[in-house]
Design a protein around this ligand. Structure first.
Ligand code: C5P
Length: 230
């Protein structure tokens, strides 16, 4: 399957969200709604974006006891959500319960594991009591996630080739940190172009500001899709 584009809808208000998406209808398939927008506007906005014809990646990075995470997955099931993130550091049981809830209530939902946040380097990770390098911990958590039923992983473009080489073929890899040629890296430290991220093994790329801040967001989407060969 060719690599797909996901727009990170990192805006503050419902009005801004709808205004941003209106000209992208029919051109873009996937939209990522994060914690900020979900906390402000909740399931109602998810339904509204879904009714505009977009597929939704709900990036809530769930991390709690297994029962609470499983019940949250069941609560998300009636919403038009195609992907949901779970923190893999919550452990095997938490992920397995989440997957069981997905199988019981939400067949079309893809559960994605988040490994080590890119904001955490090895020093920061060690401070939390994990005595591994960030890279080793990513590999360990990725393997645990797949073992525990996660169907995909969020990873940086740089992590993609190694994960692609070691994980089963059907595991979906979703990567932020992607920048079209000529656009600002913003505060992203290590970026790749859409085509390079796809070549590295990404199934989906997540792009926010290069589209949101473009003078013509629809043209920015078209350029990224062209780079992906879509
Ligand atoms: O604007 P930009 O393209 O940098 O947005 C990338 C999106 O991906 C944001 O929603 C950000 O929170 C998310 N993300 C990221 N890096 C990670 C994980 C998630 O940029 N390691």
């Amino acid at each position: 399957m060719p690599c797909e584009l996901i727009l990170a809808l990192d805006v503050e208000t419902r009005a801004e969200a709808i205004r941003t998406l209106e000209p992208l209808k029919g051109r873009l398939r996937w939209v990522k709604i994060g914690l900020q927008l979900f906390t402000a506007h909740g399931p109602e906005l998810v339904r509204e974006v879904g009714s505009m014809g977009f597929q939704i990646f709900l990036d809530l990075k769930l991390h709690d006891i297994p029962n609470t995470v499983a019940k949250s997955v069941a609560s998300i099931a009636p919403l038009p959500v195609g992907m949901l993130t779970i923190h893999t550091s919550g452990g095997r049981e938490m992920m397995a319960w989440a997957r069981k809830a997905q199988a019981d209530h939400a067949h079309d939902l893809l559960l994605l594991g988040v490994t080590v946040l890119t904001s955490l380097d090895t020093v920061g990770l060690n401070e939390t009591g994990v005595p591994a390098s960030a890279a080793d911990q990513v590999a360990r958590l990725a393997s645990l996630a797949v073992d525990s039923g996660m169907q995909g992983l969020v990873c940086s473009p740089q992590e993609t080739p190694a994960l692609r080489a070691t994980l089963p073929a059907g595991i979906r890899l979703v990567t932020p940190g992607v920048r079209p040629v000529g656009s600002s890296a913003d505060e992203q430290k290590r970026v790749m172009t859409p085509a390079d991220a796809a070549a590295a093994g990404a199934d989906y790329i997540v792009v926010g500001r290069p589209i949101l801040k473009a003078p013509d967001p629809a043209a920015a989407v078209a350029a990224i899709l062209a780079d992906l060969g879509r």
